[in-house]
Ligand binder design. Structure first.
Ligand code: F6P
Length: 554
């Protein structure tokens, strides 16, 4: 598509969003009470309701035209074909290969121009992970002192932590085979909090790092290896160590036995890696069946994404809603509200997935994007969110589009609680839409016996503007299959947004500078070290920290 066609499609979005009342939603329901029927879709067991947004038929058409003008679907096909669509890192993007059926034939294009059989290596790794998981569960592989492994600790950060942690939280229950623990933060208080809960004789330690160079992960891995060595000796400790990484040289140097290394390739991005060897903690803690169902659910969403027409394609539609809100209406943040406590880490996972992927300001050609890109993502499970930040969504100055995730059937017997939960989720979305008018507030206060003067005083505070957008994703149950589909839905949404904004959604150069500066500051924090060159604020803080540390030692 030519630039002109693309720019014309963007202009059309601006024009549609510039219509008087373009952000209104209630009026759309007044005009079309059947709006829910026209503005919801269903696929892979997920119902996506976007009728509570201000997207109407014209806007939807404009957005679909934009997707076509930006070549989203041809780009999707290039991703599936293993092309190097991560151009700044010269890498293919093949997380779909991780959950494809055996022998699916995915091939990754390498910088040399040759291709490698991605599916073959995925099949091999999955088979090794399955054998290992089963052997651990059956007690065929045991700890150094002959005890069975009951706990598994995953040491990793970013994509090597957030995805597995989020899934582990969602799927683990008291009947699951092993207890999972996650150690991410360089702050050793994290380890101090976990350590008393662990028995070294029964703990399997997974060091999850694509690069095996990430400072925080390696620092934690050294601490935990030391703890194992203290309790089991150097040789014994080795029997408890497993590495999940692409860097076999570094895993060997760290002392992980080659048959305890589960690999993957650089065509798997960190934030898309939970389906790879990085997901071993999920398989160990929740069971192999759960892990393979998770992959199957993601695969079902992949197939939908690859084959459904644009107007039915859930990931594309979800991405286009973001375009409408961010670029059309100028709404720069997005709340994620899962009404299911098992999804309490889902917003954290999406923060990395979306913000590390879409927090970019230049196009693939290195030109300024010229429009807003990734919104700020934040969230909490409902109903907790209602008692923290929902006030701002209801009455703050700028609307914040919200994604509600509702699950019809719980996995517990407390039906009354579940109705309470769902009623709250539905009510929040309804309140955002409907708001509360002066007449309603007045009538309610008068009925409660409030005098006219007091009503006048409080009226402005008790009004809700309404017309605030939300999208609802409704699942029948939360199980490994539906969770896999849900996570893959957001992954593909992110892909679509990358294509729409013409940015590289698969690199993360923005995290480099902080890492580099931390490396230069680190030696300056040692006692007796001489200060380096910094801005006056950083220099002042370093000096003050050293003073405080010196005082604490006296
Ligand atoms: O934060 C930068 C990042 O590279 C993420 O993209 C990645 O998920 C995380 O660090 C961890 O990297 P690794 O798995 O190599 O330790």
């Amino acid at each position: 598509m030519t630039l002109t066609v693309r720019e014309a499609a963007w202009d059309r979005i601006a024009e549609l969003a510039g219509r008087p009342g373009a952000g209104a939603i209630r009026a759309l329901f007044d005009a079309d009470p059947q709006r829910f029927d026209s503005f919801h879709r269903q696929a892979v067991g997920i119902l996506l309701d976007f009728s509570k947004t201000s997207v109407d038929a014209a806007a939807l058409q404009g957005l679909l035209d934009l997707a076509q003008a930006c070549g989203v679907l041809p780009r999707r096909d290039a991703m599936a074909a293993g092309e190097e669509i991560n151009t700044t890192e010269k890498r293919a993007v093949l997380h779909m290969a991780l959950r494809a059926p055996r022998g699916a034939g995915y091939r990754a294009r390498l910088p040399s121009g040759e291709t490698e059989d991605a599916s073959a290596s995925v099949d091999e790794t999955l088979a090794a992970m399955k054998r290992f998981t089963r052997a651990i569960h059956r007690g065929e592989i045991r700890g150094a002192t002959g005890e069975t492994f009951t706990d598994v600790i995953n040491i990793g950060i970013g994509g090597s932590d957030l995805g597995p942690y989020m899934i582990g939280r969602a799927l683990w229950n008291a009947r699951s085979p092993m207890r999972p623990l996650y150690l991410a933060n360089a702050d050793a208080h994290n380890w101090e909090a976990i350590r008393p809960r662990l028995n070294p004789h029964r703990t399997l330690v997974l060091i999850a790092s694509k690069t095996f160079t990430t400072a925080e992960t390696m620092a934690n891995a050294r601490i935990v290896r030391g703890w194992l060595e203290q309790n089991l000796g150097e040789v014994g400790a080795r029997r408890h160590l497993v590495a999940l990484s692409t860097n076999q040289e570094a895993t060997a140097a760290f002392g992980v036995a080659p048959d305890r290394v589960f690999g993957f390739h650089d065509w798997v991005g960190g934030r898309f890696s939970l389906w790879s060897a990085i997901g071993l903690s999920i398989a160990l803690s929740c069971g192999w069946t759960a892990f393979s169902q998770l992959l199957a659910g993601a695969r079902a969403m992949d197939e939908h994404f690859l084959t459904a027409p644009p107007e039915q394609n859930l990931p594309l539609l979800l991405a286009l809603l973001t375009i409408w809100h961010v670029n059309g209406l100028g709404l720069r943040s997005q709340a994620i509200l899962p009404y299911d406590h098992r999804l309490s880490r889902f917003p954290a996972h999406l923060q990395q997935l979306e913000m590390e992927s879409l927090g970019k300001s230049v196009t693939l050609d290195g030109e300024p994007v010229g429009r807003e890109t990734g919104p700020v993502i934040f969230g909490e499970p409902g109903t907790n969110a209602q008692h923290s930040f929902m006030q701002l969504l209801h009455q703050g100055t700028t609307p914040v589009p919200a994604d509600f995730v509702l699950v019809a059937n719980p996995d517990h017997p407390f039906a009354e609680n579940h109705r309470l939960l769902l009623s709250n989720g539905l009510a929040q979305a309804e309140a955002l839409l409907r708001g509360r008018t002066p007449a309603e507030v007045e009538a309610e206060m008068a009925a409660a016996g409030t005098g006219a003067e007091e009503i006048g005083r409080l009226l402005p505070h008790r009004l809700f503007p309404g017309d605030r957008p939300s999208t609802t994703l409704l699942l029948d149950k939360l199980d490994p299959h539906s969770l896999g589909a849900l996570v893959a839905l957001y992954e593909h949404k992110v892909f679509c947004l990358g294509a729409l904004w013409d940015i590289d959604a698969f690199d993360q150069w923005g995290v480099e500078l902080g890492k580099k500066l931390a490396t230069s500051i680190l030696p300056e924090l040692a006692p007796e070290a001489s200060p380096g060159r910094h801005d006056p604020s950083t220099a002042g803080l370093i000096a003050r920290i050293r003073e405080l540390q010196a005082a604490a030692e006296e």
